[in-house]
Design a protein around this ligand. Structure first.
Ligand code: KG4
Ligand code: ZN
Length: 341
């Protein structure tokens, strides 16, 4: 089955063609980063307007690169949640018009589940395809989720952030200090030349009871922005030192919750996904855990892309599922929340 994937949940306008849920025939990602950079963050209204301008050309390029015509597409998969509402609507409306004109089915999929699916796609850089069950570490600009995955759509959320997402902390700190945009990638790069011991930022005290797998980033974000002097361990410091010290603690926070989940579930295969999964320090720290098998999607599938949407969409479609044309977009995740006892 040849599925066209469409992804417009944030600032990447993306289309891809994937065969049978795993073979990527094309994967086109048009990033809006240069348009949002001068505001040091995504401007939602601008994002949706750019999607309107680009979605046709991006989809055409995906078809051309796959050497296919519109009539070769069997079905469409599109992100309907979570994300920026206006941006989601562009992709969803485009997908609906596409399938209506071709009289083929479509499936609306959850962006976060799709991130978890990304390492199952076959690429030159993807050496390991994870088997279920595994623990998922989903870390993006809007979400931080530690979950157990028993199938592509069978997820139990073990822990989440109780306030800010991990990527959000990277982005807000980079914005405050004018380090550049997008914040995560910039801090990752700066940190390579910094002293991670220059500051000792506080860890949240969230490791017991119901919060054993939860994380929090608002405390460290505030500490880095408002209380540098309080946590300083050296007299003179550079911006690179701030970046390295923040990144170290930000990754420690994730690892502590994740390792608690490993200990309690006995599951030792970890699949990371979402933009923050591109972080080189997180990758190296996880790779150093010799008792764990850590699978990261290749970098081109870590951030937002439509191949992961087409890939996961195939499995719903194969089961005979499809979405109605009156389906609404949603800016929030649903059925993907932690249930406290
Ligand atoms: O998954 P994604 O592309 O979009 C969302 O669904 O949010 O994730 C974007 C997030 C941003 O917060 C960005 O700063 C962060 O991923 N990010 C990184 C890195 N590259 C992107 N964070 C840390 N280190 C990186 N190398
Ligand atoms: Zn994402």
């Amino acid at each position: 089955m040849t599925v066209l994937g469409i992804e417009t949940s944030c600032d990447e306008c993306a289309a891809a063609v994937v065969k049978d849920g795993e073979i990527i025939l094309s994967n086109v990602i048009a990033t809006q980063i240069p348009y949002h950079a001068k505001w040091n963050g995504v401007v939602p209204e601008l994002a949706s307007r750019k999607h309107v301008e680009w979605i046709y050309a991006v989809t055409k390029e995906a078809l051309d690169k796959a050497l296919l015509n519109v009539s070769d597409i069997d079905a469409v998969a599109v992100t309907s949640q979570p994300g920026l509402f206006g941006s989601l609507l562009v992709g969803l409306s485009f997908a609906k018009a596409f399938v209506w004109s071709q009289n083929i089915p479509y499936i609306a999929v959850d962006h976060m589940l799709a991130h978890l699916y990304a390492p199952r796609l076959i690429t030159e850089n993807n050496s390991e395809i994870p088997e279920y069950p595994f623990l998922g570490l989903l870390v993006s600009g809007g979400h931080t989720i530690i979950c157990r995955a028993d199938n592509f759509d069978d997820i139990k959320v073990l822990g989440t952030t109780i306030d800010d997402a991990a990527g959000e902390a990277f982005d807000k700190i980079a914005k405050y200090y004018n380090f550049g945009y997008p914040g995560g990638a910039v801090i990752d790069k700066m940190a390579r030349n910094g002293n991670s011991e220059a500051f000792r930022f506080p860890m949240p005290s969230l490791h017991k009871g119901n919060h054993r797998y939860d994380v929090s980033y608002s405390g460290i974000k505030n500490a880095v922005i408002n209380q540098l002097d309080t946590f300083k361990k050296v007299q003179d410091f550079t911006n690179e030192d701030i970046a390295a010290s923040f990144q170290k603690t930000a990754v420690e926070i994730l690892l502590r919750a994740l390792l608690n989940a490993v200990e309690d579930t006995g599951i030792t295969t970890i699949v990371a996904g979402g933009g923050v999964a591109a972080n080189s320090y997180l990758r190296s720290r996880l790779a150093a855990q010799s008792n764990l098998r850590c699978i990261f999607p290749p970098l081109e599938l870590c951030g937002d892309n439509a191949a992961m949407i087409a890939g996961i969409g195939y499995h719903y479609l194969k089961r005979g599922e499809s979405s109605p044309l009156d389906l609404a977009a949603s800016s929030r995740v649903s059925g993907f929340k932690k249930k406290y006892p």
